[in-house]
Design a protein around this ligand. Sequence first.
Ligand SMILES: Nc1ncnc2c1ncn2[C@@H]1O[C@H](COP(=O)(O)OP(=O)(O)OP(=O)(O)O)[C@@H](O)[C@H]1O
Length: 350
Amino acid sequence: MAKTLLDVRNLSVHYKIQGGWVYAVDDVSFKLEKGETMGLVGESGCGKTTTGYGITQLLASNAYYKEGSKVIFDGKDFVQMSTVPSKEYKEYRKIVEYHPEMRKYRWKRISMIFQGAMNAFNPVFKVGDQIIEAIKAHEDVTDEEARKRVERLYKLVGIPVDRIDNYPHEYSGGMKQRAMIAMALALNPDLIIADEPTTALDVVTQDRILGEMARLQKREKVAMILITHDVSVVAEMAHKMAVMYAGHLVETGTTRQVFKETAHPYMEALLAAFPNIKKEKKERLKAIPGSPPDLSNPPKGCRFAPRCPYAKDICLEEEPPVIEVAPGHYSKCHFAEELYGELGGGESNE
Ligand SMILES: Nc1ncnc2c1ncn2[C@@H]1O[C@H](COP(=O)(O)OP(=O)(O)OP(=O)(O)O)[C@@H](O)[C@H]1O
């Protein structure tokens, strides 16, 4: 059995806003083994980015961890390590800014490809130099050694090596995205968190870059969390999936389980809302009726209940437990066992 690299347990991250809280991430738990890819999917605003930043502690200053949240990376609990109990809000912990040990982990062990990475490079410096500087900030290497590594990375991600000395504005969108992937790989991290890495690109470039990321992930044996609202993206790349709805993980399992043996009504609806994964049939998309709840005032009971075609009284009253419907396959639904095998799944590429 592979060694657990990341163990997220009961992670709750809430934002303090005027007059209350936004319950962006609530009681989220999942594990990632070395070299494994997990797709974190859900509609816009459901808490995917907050989960990613909650792991790397790049959260906004009004974010708090609920006491009891754990983010254990390679045996070390980041939340205990670099947060302190909040003085103002009981039951919450606050991030210690510029925690030296946490800074060592970021980029070196865990790197992120941000949403909107297109603008991540500083326009006044050459792209290659920015990656070289990032390497030198963490490792004791000469300019020449760092440059050699950038050349190797450019070859790996498919950018002509002579582009190292160009400025960001001389790169196309796809090239900037590849450079960002090179940057994310530069320090041989154990984990890459990629937040909508290709959303801003055209479909052809998107496919090509995702294909390359999948190959790199295999070759470099790096673990990856791929955050996306597009379930078809993860179907091809991820070993396992975590489906998020309104701050909760509602279904987790292997990609095959979640796609083919769907056990949560929200995942069923999400699959119906996306084109057929294999693109063999062009089906009409079915938008999910209603809209996600306001996370500053989430509904009592199951957060999906107001939009769920299977909801019964209990769903509007009681928060559902997480039920294991098959080994390693979990659904947070009162009727998970009854619905398991009955819901419409999708096509995974397995
Ligand atoms: N600094 C903040 N203060 C208050 N609320 C916030 C803050 N950042 C995010 N939120 C809210 O937290 C919730 C989760 O946002 P998050 O960005 O994590 O979702 P997401 O699934 O990544 O969405 P998207 O794909 O649109 O980025 C949303 O309701 C969002 O409005």
